[in-house]
Design a protein around this ligand. Sequence first.
Ligand SMILES: Cc1cc2nc3c(=O)[nH]c(=O)nc-3n(C[C@H](O)[C@H](O)[C@H](O)COP(=O)(O)OP(=O)(O)OC[C@H]3O[C@@H](n4cnc5c(N)ncnc54)[C@H](O)[C@@H]3O)c2cc1C
Length: 509
Amino acid sequence: MQEYDVVIIGSGLGGLLCANILVEEGYKVCVLEKNQQIGGNLQTFVRDRVIFDTGVHYLGGLAEGENLNRFFNYFGIMDKLKLEKMDENGFDIVTFDGDNNEYPYAQGYENFIRILSQKFPDEEKNIRTYCDEIKRVCTRFPLYNLQNGESYHSDSELLQTNAKAFIATITKNEKLRNVLAGTNLLYAGIGEKTPFYIHALVLNSYIESAWRCVGGGSQIAKLIEKNIRKFGGDIFKRSEVKQLKFEGEDLRYAELTNGKTIQAKQFISNAHPSVTLDLLEPGKIRKSYHTRFKSLQNSASAFTLYLVFKENTVNYINHNYYHFKNNDVWAPVDYKPGEWPLSYGTFMVAGLKPSKYAEGMAVLTYMKYDEVKQWENTSSTVAHPDFRGEEYEEFKRAKSEILIDELQKKFPGIRENIKAYYSSTPLTYRDYIASPGGSMYGIVKDCYDPLKTLVPARTKVKNLFFTGQNLHFHGVLGVTVSAFVTCSEILGLDYLLEKIAKKEATLNK
Ligand SMILES: Cc1cc2nc3c(=O)[nH]c(=O)nc-3n(C[C@H](O)[C@H](O)[C@H](O)COP(=O)(O)OP(=O)(O)OC[C@H]3O[C@@H](n4cnc5c(N)ncnc54)[C@H](O)[C@@H]3O)c2cc1C
């Protein structure tokens, strides 16, 4: 049996980036992905010739010199990405029922302050303080800035600052507080838990610059796949890991549901930590370690409505909307029965052909797993399709209609311009990503219990590492940072940062 140096479980962005880093260093690497398509949340699908993203609608930090740009330059993919810069004066717009104002988030800090102050003329100083705090917090994460430095894990002030409470100290203006936290769907914010640093790391990257992937985010996965194969790495799709088996104290084999066994010296799991530990041969780790991960709360799940528009009917808008029914932007994640949906985000599809008109739009809103629990014993993906039943289809139809009625209030006439619609539920995310309860962003970071919710790359099994969105923070940027953290366990962080610097120097020549 061929032995790999490293086997990676899951081809989400984190798994792919780890594979890319390691193959380039001469490691013999294999990525095992259960789905037909690689990329995890970067997967796209096509309906009525429109390419829809499943889990990445826009990216931040991609302008020259910014962090994700620098990371992607290391991977050699920056100049190959098809991107469209979003509206400079409002890439995200926060709106509320009963308030005709649109509250824009502009790109660039000075621009952000200037444009938002036009809506809140007495608040310019406070908005500036808010921006300064975001920037200050981001400097405390060295790797976010491609530097080595002290771990933030011992920085209790940073870890224990609550986002909602902190924003409340910035201004007494209730509307501004809600506007500043109005894109918290980006991290499924929970008023009583979400740390300010999560808010800051996510917001900073978009305020610096915001971009859509033209033709979908799967291009990132495809470019990294190309790199991995170029350096001799293997990626096996439709290869679900069923069990991880040991030889003595060392993890040694990945047993797949298709009957194959793959042998390796080291393992990296891109799957959720509790899902990973479920795969371990019984009796090899302490029960308390396993229970710890099982007991952690996961972020909310979602219902996404994918609209295909009739040709040349709906103007393409180069910004997203985050719309709220009420004035409390922290409430929607914990909606009560009958209230759904309390908020939604709209994301236009950036089609391959530039056009004044939009091909489609994704509408993302929270959905609790309980709403689909009655179908939890069904499972359906492209690799293993199944019909969950007519009742489930009817549930999706009914929810879609409610959401379209809501959209109609904000975008009058939109209903007539819809050619077709499709939807995904928490079961879709659960089945495609293997995230517990279809959680969008994995383990919830809790500012009141920070150390319990931080996941290190190292596990209690000496040759098994975690990577992906559960480590530091989620999103394309967060997962990229996490891939470097994971690989630094094998290669050393100084070494990796030096490699990045060397590549940058070559590029700048
Ligand atoms: C609805 C939604 C919208 C989002 N929007 C944005 C956005 O606009 N911008 C942004 O930056 N981020 C966004 N995100 C977040 C971002 O997509 C994720 O944080 C990121 O892609 C997660 O990457 P990951 O490496 O953790 O892997 P994941 O994407 O979680 O993938 C894990 C992979 O592991 C595989 N796997 C699991 N178990 C096994 C097994 N036993 N055997 C084999 N394979 C297995 C899965 O099939 C999957 O491919 C969004 C997420 C969601 C859900």
